[in-house]
Design a protein. Structure first.
Length: 462
């Protein structure tokens, strides 16, 4: 009888005896073999499979051949990721930007695919809140820089127009609706700044903190939180009862510390710091003159516009807004610059205000002179250092009786070095001593990479 005819009979006998295996097992697929051979104790490598119970059978040996093949070849399930050096990645030819970009896109696509589809509005809101939990504003990002610009515009709006609207009535009443809308927008930006500062990161042991509780407590415990709460004090609501009093928005001035943050941030970014400092000083002078001009008009109005010292009575040509402001600004400019040549005050209030104005003018004038002197000194610091080195070299050569021809050669070398910018630190990368070694090396490569590409290095082929 052929073997194929005995196979069903033997299978029936084995099933009757309680057996689960057949003397002629079917060939399993490779994926089934891999799944059946996973070890619960080892998560990285597949363990060696165990052979079937009927090892003496030739058919079992043949069926176990793929199983032995997978057991002999180690297959790693979880591959550890290594952190790459950004410096080596930038200047090495082992990486291609196209490959890195496609890798990032592929990882992002896989990350998005893992997210479950949104099933309800509650789940959509919870997902947004969960993502906002990881939103942190870094102090060196462009977002904070542009946000500080927008916030500083609102702060300067309050500093410039609150006192002007209080002093000059035509400015307040002719554009009342516009001022009301701008005030609401500025207050909204003030409130949003509080929310942003709750998510503004800070460095702890050199690392940016992402924990939302630490960020919130760091902001609440600082003086910035107190200033922000005071800046939103709703004193301007008193205008509902007492009429328009724009100066009641003076608590918004507490937000000026954010303008100082923008100033220091921009000063560190700009390539013309001296010019930026001069412009900032000029703006401060204009702001002080603006406030002093507004106070001068308010004192004149309180005195009834009488006397030669006060502003003339606003009738005819003197009632125009531009005429009133420019004439008051002219008076404040003469006072702040201590030029004088003004009529003497007549009343006690006028005298007290004139004395205070002259004192402020002396302080501002001396500050401006000092700041301008510092700017000029810093601008010529490199030239002074060069002249000091050249004088020291001349004195050294004179004391050692160096020949005149050699002295001229040394002096020409100094002049040549100054013309190339090496003596001022503009052409020597080693003058930047505060940078780390990798950053100095990267800077040197950017400067000298064109020259290095022209040099051919002989390599011995192995």
């Amino acid at each position: 009888m052929p073997l194929a005819a005995l196979t069903p009979v033997l299978n029936d006998l084995l099933h009757k005896e309680g057996g689960n295996s057949s003397p002629f097992p079917q060939r399993q697929s490779q994926q089934q073999l891999i799944n059946s051979n996973e070890s619960p104790n080892d998560g990285n490598y597949l363990s060696r499979p165990s052979l079937g119970s009927n090892q003496n059978s030739s058919s079992s040996a043949i069926n176990d051949t793929p199983r032995r093949h997978y057991s002999m070849t180690p297959f790693k399930l979880n591959k550890s990721l290594k952190r790459e050096d950004s410096f080596l990645r930038k200047f090495s030819n082992r990486y291609s930007y196209r490959g890195l970009g496609s890798m990032k896109k592929r990882n992002l696509r896989l990350k998005v695919d893992k997210e479950e589809p949104i099933k309800s509005r509650y789940e959509f809101i919870s997902r947004i809140l969960r993502r906002c939990n990881y939103f942190v504003v870094s102090t060196d990002e462009s977002f904070l820089f542009y946000w500080l610009i927008l916030l500083s515009i609102c702060v300067l709006y309050n500093l410039w127009f609150s006192i002007a609207r209080q002093a000059f009535d035509p400015l307040q009443y002719n554009y009342a609706r516009i001022w009301e809308i701008i005030d609401y927008i500025a207050d909204l930006i003030y409130f949003l700044d509080i929310l942003i500062q709750f998510r503004t990161g800070y460095l702890e042991q050199g690392l940016l903190v992402y924990n939302h509780y630490k960020l919130a407590m760091n902001y609440i415990r600082s003086s910035r939180f107190i200033f922000d709460i005071l800046s939103l004090t709703p004193l301007d609501l008193l205008q509902i009862k007492f009429g328009p009093i724009p100066i009641l928005r003076f608590p918004r001035f507490f937000k000026i510390y954010r303008t100082f943050q923008l100033y220091y941030l921009q000063e560190s970014r700009t390539v013309y710091p001296n010019t930026y400092r001069v412009l900032n000083l000029f703006h401060i002078l204009l702001l002080l003159g603006h406030w002093l001009a507004s106070f001068y008009f308010m004192v004149s109005k309180a005195e009834g516009f009488v006397g030669y010292w006060s502003y003339p009575k606003p009738v005819g040509n003197f009632s125009q807004l531009a005429k009133m402001y420019l004439r008051c600004l002219y008076w404040s400019t003469l006072t702040l610059t201590t030029i004088g040549d003004l009529p003497p005050p007549e009343t006690n209030w006028q005298t007290a205000f004139a004395i205070a104005s002259y004192m402020i003018g002396i302080f501002v004038y001396s500050s401006i002179i000092g700041q301008v002197g510092n700017v000029i000194t810093n601008r010529n610091a490199s030239r002074l250092e060069f002249e000091h080195r050249l004088d020291s070299a001349k004195q050294y050569m004179r004391s050692h009786n160096v020949p005149a021809e050699m002295q001229r050669r040394v002096q020409r070398w100094y002049n040549y070095s100054w013309s190339r910018g090496q003596m001022s630190g503009a052409g020597d990368v080693h003058s930047i001593k505060l940078l780390p070694d990798k950053l100095k090396t990267e800077l040197a490569l950017h400067v000298n990479l064109g020259t290095l590409k022209k040099v051919s290095f002989p390599f011995r082929q192995v």
